[in-house]
Each structure stands twice: as C-alpha cells, then as structure tokens.
Design a protein around this ligand. Sequence first.
Ligand code: NI
Length: 268
Amino acid sequence: MPSDHAPPHLPALFGQLWRSYLPLCPSAPAVKALLGGDVVRNDHVAFRTFAHPRLGIAQLAAPFVAAGYVAGGHYRFEAKKLHATHFERGPGDPKIFVSELVLEACSPALRGRVGALVESVPEAAYDVPLACDLGRVWDVSYTEYEALREESEYAAWVAAHGLRVNHFTASVDALPGQPSLAEVVERLAREGVALSHAGGVIKGSARVGLTQASTQADRIPVDFRDGRAEISGAYYELAERHALPDGTRFEGFVTQSADRIFESTDVG
Ligand code: NI
C-alpha cells in the first residue's frame, strides 16, 4: 500500500528542487551550462529555515533521512545566530546542508515578528512530505522584510521566500578535465558572471579540505502584501574538495567559509 512516508525517489526529488529553485536563481542554468551543463554533479544542496518547532532542521531534512541520509556534521555560526547540520548518503549523492536561525538568540522584536509569520497559518500547513520545498505559506509585507533585514539578512530572506533551496553547488573536482576552482572562477568572471566577494572570491583552502565560491544572488521580483519589490533571490555555488593529509577526501563543511558564503544574498 502506498504510504506518505515512502522514501522519495532521489533523482526525481532533486529534479523537483531544481525546478523550484530556478525562479529564485534564473541565472543558474547559464552558469551551469558554462561549466558543462548536464555533466555537472551536485556537491550539495542548501536550505534555510527558522529554528521553530514547526519548521526546523529535522522537518526539512525528513525526506532525505527517509531516503537513507544521515547527519554528517554540525556547525555553529555565532555572529549570524545560525546552527546547521549536513546530511550525507553515498559518495555519489549530493550532501544536504540545512541551516536554521536560532530565534532564542535574536532580539524579542525579531522573535515576535518571525513567530507571528510562522504561526499565522495553521500548524497543518507545515505537515507536508516535502517541507523543504514548501515555499512561503505566510503573508509578509515589504516593511516587515526590511525590519527583519536590519537585524538579520538571513531572517529577511526566509521571511520573503519561505522554504526553498538557497543554492545548488557544482562539484568542481568532478568536472571534466578537473580544472581548479581558481580556473573555473576566472572563466566565469570572463563570461560576465557576478561572483560574491564576501571574504574574497575563493573561500577556504586545500589545507582545510574545501575551497568554495559562489555567484552573487540574483535580484528577483517578489510579491509582498504592500506591493512588489526586487530583492535577493538564490545563488549558485562552486565547491572543490581536497584530500586531507591522511589521504582521505574531506567531506564536511568549513564553518569560516560557510559563514561568508551566507553573505551571497546580502545587499551590498
Ligand atoms: Ni553551500
């Protein structure tokens, strides 16, 4: 008998997530095409949410856990008040990186605004098999978005877009010809792709096992209660994994690099 809890078919799931992500990052297919199109493999897919009992990391990760993913690492970003967990399965499967804003660490004003948004719709609205692709179920005004942005760009992003993929990530070391990330970044810059400069274009190092870069988030129109506004959508990331001194490939994430990658959706 079919069940709501049947493990999702992963290629179909990632296909659906890619289609939902495109309106937030319309430049992604062109960047992916510059890298080789269909040969590009995903290193990881990232999601953002609020640490609220209705839509925290566990809820977003549930379909992946049902498909055999397990937690592979936990990360803390003190200044941005974020916690994150990455989930992994087999060597060929994209990792899943889910972060959440720790509301208890935020101001009472922000906590009140976010709580009001999340609780403005029935709890059942979040009880869906694919919460990570739910989109925005609450109504929010541009004024509220701007008020949230004063304290947390991250909170404002989630308030405006809801639960959606924040970025897909090309696996640079799996690209044909095995170019370095520096070479790929140079090629993209030559083609006019806008890259995020927060913390330098290339974050991390071979020594820590991971180098990363990302595009600057696309500006996209979003409908708010008080009108339409152009704001930061999603971005496309590039990750190159390196061998550690013991010869194993680094499969985790580097907090200091991820901290600056989050800023790819900040408005300069
Ligand atoms: Ni990432």
